[in-house]
Design a protein around this ligand. Structure first.
Ligand code: SAH
Length: 215
């Protein structure tokens, strides 16, 4: 049985937001999303006391819910506005998906672990989050069916930048992707034209790997 959201949790969320501000996160809507979302409900109740630490935690299937600072940093880099269509690679616990929903995005998300896909698909609506589409599949391919996207966010470490993701960005769109093995370099691509992309790098982060399906 999952625990509920309480004033105690809300107080810890506020402290987490202050930590993120201290670490340089400035985007008010991102901070507000983190202040609103009951992160403890996205993980096992045994982590209840730790859920608002700025840390990653296990979510099953050898995966983790990303560290709040990382979620905030990537969300800030995406620079989305309400109504923007955004693709997430690596749904996992659904926490980043919920942040994008709070930011008013039309969210599409892909997960390759069936166990997590099924669990999160049932869980998000219980909290009132209604992404446009949750897909079970391979994020390396993106989600062509609904492309192009204003933003694409990859929440696992990509050994290289999948071509399909660059191709599914609209002109002016932004791809935020941690690139490399261990650690990854947070990288932003902005699509300037059909063929031109601007690239910016933002230092080291550590993610679980973006796995390739060997068929
Ligand atoms: N956004 C998630 C982060 C989960 S960790 C959260 O906030 O909880 C990264 C996720 O990427 C894992 O759930 C993992 O199963 C998934 N993943 C790894 N490789 C993938 C791929 N090729 N396609 C889609 N998802 C993938």
């Amino acid at each position: 049985m999952k625990s509920k959201d309480t004033l105690k949790h809300a107080g810890k969320r506020k402290q987490l937001v202050d930590i993120l501000i201290g670490k340089g996160i400035k985007d008010a809507s991102v901070l507000e999303a983190i202040n609103t979302i009951p992160r403890h409900l996205f993980m096992d109740s045994s982590f209840d006391d730790h859920a608002y630490q700025d840390k990653a935690f296990p979510i099953g299937a050898d995966q983790t819910i990303s560290q709040p600072y990382t979620v905030a940093f990537q969300s800030e880099l995406l620079r989305v506005e309400r109504g923007d269509k955004v693709l997430e690679i690596g749904t996992g616990s659904g926490y980043q998906t919920a942040v994008l929903c709070e930011l008013g995005c039309k969210v599409y998300s892909i997960e390759r672990q069936q166990e997590l896909f099924k669990k999160t698909k049932l869980f998000l609506p219980k909290l009132g989050y209604r992404p446009k589409h949750l897909s079970f599949g391979d994020g390396y391919k993106g989600l062509e069916e609904f492309a192009p996207y204003k933003g694409i966010i990859v929440t696992a470490g990509a050994p290289y930048v999948p071509k399909a993701l660059l191709a599914q960005l609209e002109i002016g769109g932004r791809l935020v992707i941690p690139v490399g093995n261990d650690p990854q370099i947070m990288t932003l691509f902005i699509r300037k034209s059909d063929t031109k992309f601007e690239k910016h790098e933002f230092g080291e982060f550590r993610f679980v790997p973006l796995l390739e399906n060997k068929n």
